[in-house]
Design a protein around this ligand. Structure first.
Ligand code: GDD
Ligand code: MN
Length: 403
């Protein structure tokens, strides 16, 4: 029974990627997260080395947290079997999510340390450097980063292309986000420690591979220390880096740079909704033209009647798509037939206003400014589309039945 308890896996935190201020139960000096994916051949060795080091430096005052993303090679199971041997070891098996950064954050969320650290699980980060990083934090640094680009640092045997990609990524980072990337010599490092208080309560963004950018970009980091290290060659297993990580890195930089500006912009202007509205408008144009053609040729209806009828068909078409798709979220909250009918009538009124507005605009541009009607018309359509969208957003798909 005792054995059962000590072999239990750590529960995986859920919800926001936010680290709490105070370690919940008993606090420890240091928690070191080891993210793993298919590292079954390395995990035993790294746990042993780290334990030896930390048992000396911080006896009973640290924990090792392996966060495995349900590796196909069952790294989590191999680690779990080590639990009875290493009392400071914890193992988290994540089954719902994948990704290096989120794994690290989930690990820290389950940690009790006042200092939070991360180290790769493949022995490419030399474990002895830990002691220097710890020392830096204990002498006042908020963040200590193991760096390949300071005294004592380097890469063991990297080819030109790998060096080029790594430095290129750093350069791009410096251009897009100098205030964050420029603060350290090795912003790509995945080997560092940070004071919990410096990142607690910050809402972290779980994107990508480079968790250090997130820590510097969103945390309250005053003093930074760097310790040189030589990036070792992998002994077993393989790297998980693909082109996807480079793309994610770029998106990550832009996100950090805009820091919610994009989402605020979207809140105000509803960019996605507007694009959907525009697409629906385009489909309406096709319906309008096709109906007009058939009414004129197959039904030999007069010009005026064909125009009105085909336009109304387009309005019905647009209403259906907008109600289901563009404003679907709003519409679903008001599902009654009467409410839908109200929206439909309002939408008709807005469209009619739009046609009148368009006519006025084209005539004004043509008559007053001598702009060709074929230039004036698309300009007018663009203006009216904005107008229609705005009015529909504020009017048609609002609460229609206040109780
Ligand atoms: N839980 C989890 N989930 N762990 C992962 C995942 C994932 O999706 N992807 C990778 N890992 C683990 C690996 O098992 C390894 O322990 C560590 O994260 C680093 O992954 P590698 O794939 O070995 O990365 P690398 O060696 O190419 O790149 C390293 O290079 C940088 C220096 O430029 C990264 O480790 C960086 O942290 C390091 O600073
Ligand atoms: Mn590696």
């Amino acid at each position: 029974m005792n054995l059962d308890l000590s072999s239990a896996l750590l529960p995986v935190p859920t919800g926001a990627y936010q680290i709490s201020s105070l370690p919940t139960e008993r606090s420890l000096a240091f928690s070191l997260v080891v993210p793993t994916y298919n590292e079954s051949r390395n995990i035993g060795q790294i746990v042993e080395i780290l334990t030896q080091l930390l048992d000396q430096a911080l006896p009973n005052d640290y924990e090792l947290i392996v966060v495995d993303d349900d590796s196909p090679d069952r790294t989590w199971e191999v680690a779990q079997r080590l639990l009875p041997t290493y009392p400071q070891l914890r193992v988290m098996r994540r089954q719902s999510d994948r990704g290096l950064s989120t794994a690290v954050i989930r690990g820290w969320q389950g940690a009790h340390g006042e200092i939070l650290g991360v180290i790769d699980g493949d022995l490419q980060h030399p474990p002895e450097v830990l002691l220097k990083l710890l020392h830096a934090l204990r002498t006042g640094a908020d963040l200590a980063v193991a760096s390949r680009h300071v005294e004592g640092g380097g890469t063991s045997d990297w080819g030109f292309i790998r060096r080029f990609l790594s430095r290129g990524a750093q350069l791009v980072g410096l251009i897009i986000l100098p205030g964050v990337v420029g603060r350290v010599s090795d912003p790509m490092s995945g080997y560092f420690m940070v004071r919990r208080s410096a990142i607690a309560q910050c809402l972290l963004n779980p994107l990508g591979y480079k968790i250090l950018l997130e820590v510097i970009g969103r945390g309250q980091i005053q003093r930074i220390a760097e310790v040189g290290y030589v990036f070792q060659e992998r002994q077993a297993g393989e790297s998980k880096v693909t082109w996807k990580q480079y793309v994610e890195y770029l998106v990550h930089l832009v996100k950090l740079r805009s820091r919610g500006r994009i989402s605020r912009l979207n809140e105000t202007f509803q960019i996605g909704r507007f694009l959907r509205f525009g697409l629906v408008g385009l489909s309406g144009f096709v319906v309008d033209m096709a109906a007009f053609y058939f009414l004129r040729t197959s039904f030999t209806l007069g010009i005026a009647r064909s125009t009105i009828l085909s336009a109304e068909l387009a309005v019905v078409n647009n209403f259906c798509w907008n109600d289901l798709w563009t404003f679907g979220d709003v519409a679903r909250e008001q599902p009654k037939k009467r409410q839908r009918l109200k929206r439909f009538l309002k939408f008709n009124a807005v469209c009619l206003m739009g046609i009148i507005l368009q006519t006025l605009l084209v005539s004004a541009m043509y008559d007053l400014f001598q702009i060709s009607e074929f230039v004036a018309k698309p300009i007018a359509i663009a203006i009216v589309t904005f107008w229609n969208f705005w009015i529909n957003l504020k009017l048609s798909w609002r609460v229609t039945d206040v109780q």
